[in-house]
Design a protein around this ligand. Structure first.
Ligand SMILES: [Zn+2]
Length: 545
């Protein structure tokens, strides 16, 4: 959509039509002046022999008339050559002539001096003759134009790459240079990042004190305003994250009181405080229209995603209040199991607790669908992911996960789950937003931009290019892959601008819009809020309806 807008905008502001028209007018003015002189000259000379001579030449191909060198140097011969060049120019400019409804009768006269009538003032008769006079002037003019034309061709062919980078964008085309092309794409389709952990950095390093944080200078880790701008980030989900409690503290039934909900509220608070501190940069966003609006305003759409069901305190009511505060995705698990679902853990070998989703987890997904909160499957077990894809009525996301076939770690998505993504029978629309964390990308020391691109390519090859996005995990990781600044890698691999625009943000937008539509439909159909209580809770008395 950006490109349609871009192309339309570019062409609507281009002055090329007026330019052609003006060029045409200038050319006509030049030729009509010389023609007037030529007619005047021909009237004062005997031109019968010239007429017969040019008549025979007129039947020859145009290129021979232009390029043949006559041994005669008489004026009539030069005039015919000039007429040939003019004929060529007329052919080139004839389309412009049709544009000229405002031109005067003089301007509407043909450019080419050919047999044309004139009024003989001496005897009052109309005679036919060739416009042939003053061929020197005409020859000079058209000689210059021909030289310019040839020079233009030489420039276009010989310096194509240099000219292409400068002029292709004027016509809605991408520069030849891959890096410039990638930047041009990002200018129109900025990145909407699925997961940035800026709030946990502000908690750990600045005690969540917004006044102590200067996002306009270089921050200690990956994200600050200059780098968001440099990276063409048009929006991101601020990761609202608190770590899982150690399992011995959490308890087998997740019933030991923790401060997860309080801490999550504090992380929502610091995210909002920073958005408000930099209103020229950040625009709070809770819907797909907000994202588009922020990008249109040149701001960074700022959404929030809670990274783990353990942060819900086992409560659907907490989910609703997070939604009310603007949270638009919840990751079903982090690296620990919770009352709703099983996690994939961090290392292989974690023993499942529910075999995927719990009963309350299924209800949680129903409630998220009703509210329009995206179901995020990063960090979940394979069984949780497969069951959630089936349970959810709305499209889902992986906010920051890569491909297990490329790098075999539990956090990455296996092919059998990727095959459940799509719009076919038994599939669900989704976007897998590729993670840049080196330990999710490749073996130690091998994470580089090519490896990240391999993940993108693999997910695209299994699920389709419309189901892959970017979820950097910046500020949540210690290092980044080597060479990630080479943003042209996928362009060099043959991804076109529409596919790349999908990758950078449009695929996420489509999925988000799909979830919003499902929420509207469920609410319109009268689906009521879910009031299920976690079965292990005894603090609230049960009532039988
Ligand atoms: Zn994570």
């Amino acid at each position: 959509m950006y490109f349609n807008l871009f192309i339309h905008t570019t062409f609507s502001v281009l002055p090329h039509q007026n330019f052609s028209f003006q060029g045409y007018r200038v050319a006509r003015w030049l030729t009509s002046s010389s023609m007037a002189r030529s007619r005047s000259s021909s009237r004062s000379s005997n031109s019968s022999s010239d007429s017969s001579s040019s008549g025979s030449r007129y039947k020859r191909p145009w290129y021979k008339r232009i390029w043949s060198r006559s041994s005669k140097s008489d004026r009539s011969s030069k005039a015919v050559k000039a007429a040939g060049v003019i004929g060529l120019a007329q052919a080139l400019l004839s389309s412009s002539a049709t544009m000229s409804s405002q031109t005067t009768s003089t301007e509407n006269s043909p450019l080419l001096a050919g047999p044309r009538p004139y009024h003989d003032e001496d005897n009052g008769q109309v005679k036919a003759t060739h416009c042939e006079a003053n061929p020197r002037t005409r020859g000079i003019i058209w000689g210059i134009l021909t030289v310019l034309f040839v020079a233009g061709l030489v420039l276009l062919v010989g310096f194509q790459h240099l000219l292409a980078d400068r002029f292709y964008p004027l016509f809605g085309l991408l520069p030849k240079d891959p890096m410039l092309a990638a930047l041009a794409i990002l200018d129109k389709a900025p990145v909407i990042d699925g997961h940035i952990d800026l709030p946990i950095i502000t908690r750990a390093m600045f005690a969540n004190n917004a006044s102590a944080i200067d996002l306009e200078s270089r921050m200690p880790e990956h994200v600050d305003i200059p780098r968001l701008r440099q990276g063409r980030v048009g929006g991101f989900f601020w990761g609202i994250y608190m770590a899982c409690s150690p399992s011995e503290e959490e308890g087998e039934d997740f019933m030991t009181a923790t401060w997860s909900v309080r801490d999550t509220l504090e992380q929502i608070d610091i995210a909002r405080m920073l958005m408000e501190k930099y209103p020229k940069t950040f625009q709070f966003a809770t819907g797909s229209d907000d994202i588009k609006s922020a990008i249109k305003n040149g701001k960074v759409a700022s959404l929030m995603g809670v990274e783990g069901g353990h942060q819900l305190g086992n409560s659907l009511a907490v989910l609703r209040q997070y939604h009310a505060l603007g949270v638009r995705y919840v990751t079903l698990t982090h690296t620990c199991h919770n009352a709703f679902a099983d996690s994939c853990g961090f290392q292989p070998g974690i023993i499942p607790r529910h075999g995927g989703l719990s009963s309350l987890g299924r209800t949680l997904i129903d409630e998220m669908n009703r509210l329009g909160v995206l179901v995020d499957l990063s960090h979940t077990s394979d069984a949780t992911a497969a069951q959630a894809l089936n349970q959810s009525k709305a499209p889902v996301i992986w906010s920051h996960s890569s491909a297990r076939a490329i790098h075999d770690v539990p956090h990455n998505v296996p092919d059998d789950v990727l095959r459940l993504v799509g719009t076919g029978e038994g599939q669900k629309d989704a976007v897998v937003m590729v993670n840049f964390a080196p330990f999710f990308v490749a073996q130690p020391g091998e994470a580089n931009v090519e490896a990240v691109a391999d993940h993108v390519d693999h997910i695209a090859s299994v699920a389709g290019k419309k189901h892959v996005g970017l979820g950097s995990d910046y500020d949540g990781i210690n290092s980044v892959p080597v060479g990630l600044e080479d943003i042209a890698e996928l362009y060099k691999r043959g991804w076109n601008k529409y596919e790349l625009a999908g990758l950078t943000g449009a695929n996420l937008l489509r999925v988000f819009e799909g979830a919003e539509k499902v929420a509207q439909e469920l609410q319109a159909a009268g689906q009521q809020p879910a009031y299920d209580l976690y079965e292990k809770r005894r603090d609230i008395p049960r009532i039988e309806l």
